[in-house]
Design a binder for this molecule. Structure first.
Ligand SMILES: *Cc1c(COP(=O)(O)O)cnc(C)c1O
Length: 379
């Protein structure tokens, strides 16, 4: 048997819906399927407004523009994240200030945020790693007391929640990704979730090349005009059609992923009990979406050996982020506040196992068996 690390989700309705979008002769942005996807996200998450975007990267850029992030402003975020979390703000001339992560969830340690705040700090950007929420009560309280904005990088957090509230709906803005590596996909795509009505009009304008074309499309103005700076962040309705086929059965995809995740967790528990590996931690207040299943090895050498062993068995397991503060652009544009106790060390131990919608629970048991074999443990 051969297992890729990821296989993009496919439900069977995608081609039909793309065909409908083509027949509608409305394949630019904000057509029927874009509206359906946005409405679905608004209803599912309870956010005030959802705007579909060309990527999560672009949703985060849009958030940075809406917050008027200026050169020299500081934005607090983890170093253990994807480059876009930082780049969206670096593009505005801001300085990412990285704080250490918690070793249990790999999320930014909420206890370290306050000490990193200076008079230049404008925003906090929590990243919900693996679809497991950051400690949002603490983060929102800090933001409120220091008058800071919160932009959630919820790229991996679609269908996850914290204390019953959807990820992406806590901060002023939440950013989703529908890249093909995520739980729900449109190839390339994302969404901006807007909590406050006050930001909606300007968000629509910036997303539509700085014009009020969204109002025009709704018949609220009789011609559209240049209103503000802006760019083009609308996905084609063909991409939205692909996504809608997946959102319609989101519950089914989510349950299938959770079943696989639980199989891994159970099958690998004996190894964890023996102290050979560590398993992911999902705090009590968090409902996750099984975006990822990772284990932690003793160190980077053991991880490399395990990757090779699994590869010999045609199982593609992969590491993840190289901490941004150690990368050339991270050193140039950002700084790490405090001590790097866990970011580098834990990132070197983390190994992601194959995880995708059509992986079967018995596949997870088989792959776990190979991991156990590597550690000399009989099934
Ligand atoms: C995937 C991902 C992104 C980028 O998403 P795109 O839609 O590819 O732009 C940003 N942040 C995190 C944490 C991600 O996992």
């Amino acid at each position: 048997m051969k297992f890729n690390f990821n296989v993009p989700p496919y439900t069977g309705k995608e081609a039909e819906y793309i065909g409908q979008a083509v027949k509608n002769q409305k394949i630019c942005g904000d057509g029927e399927f874009t509206k359906k996807c946005s409405r679905w996200i608004e209803e599912k998450t309870g956010t005030k407004k959802c705007l579909l975007t060309t990527s999560c990267t672009h949703a985060t850029e849009l958030a940075a523009l809406l917050l008027d992030i200026q050169p020299g402003d500081e934005v607090i975020m983890p170093s253990y994240t994807f480059v876009s979390t930082a780049n969206a703000f670096v593009l505005r001339g801001a300085v990412p200030v990285f704080v250490d992560i918690r070793p249990d969830t790999m999320n930014m340690d909420e206890k370290l945020i306050e000490a990193a705040i200076t008079e230049k700090t404008r925003a906090i950007v929590p990243v919900h790693y693996a679809g497991v929420s950051c400690e949002m009560d603490v983060i929102m309280d800090i933001a409120k007391r220091h008058n800071l904005y919160v932009v959630e990088d919820a790229a991996q957090g679609v269908m996850s929640s914290y204390k019953g509230k959807a990820l992406g709906t806590f901060g002023e803005f939440g950013c989703f990704s529908f890249h093909e590596t995520k739980n729900y996909s449109m190839g390339e795509g994302g969404a901006l979730l807007i909590r406050d009505e006050a930001f909606v009009e300007r968000a629509e304008i910036i997303r539509e090349k700085g014009t009020d074309r969204s109002k025009y499309a709704r018949g609220e103005v009789d011609k559209y005009t240049w209103r503000d700076f802006g760019s083009s962040y609308l996905p084609s309705d063909m991409n939205a059609a692909y996504l809608y086929a997946q959102l319609e059965v989101a519950e089914e995809i989510n349950n299938a992923r959770l079943a696989i995740w639980n199989c891994y967790d159970k099958a690998l528990a004996p190894l964890a009990d023996k102290g050979r590996i560590e398993l992911p931690v999902v705090p009590e207040d968090c409902v996750h979406n099984a975006h990822m299943f990772y284990i932690k090895t003793a160190d980077i050498e053991e991880r490399a050996a395990l990757i090779s062993f699994l590869k010999e068995n045609e199982i593609w397991a992969v590491s993840h982020y190289i901490p941004l503060h150690t990368a050339p652009a991270g050193r140039e544009h950002g700084r790490f506040h405090g001590e790097d106790r866990y970011t580098t060390r834990e990132s070197e131990r983390l190994l992601r196992l194959p995880m995708y919608y059509k992986l079967r629970p018995e596949d997870a048991v088989y792959i776990s068996g190979k991991v156990k074999e590597f550690y000399g443990m009989e099934d």
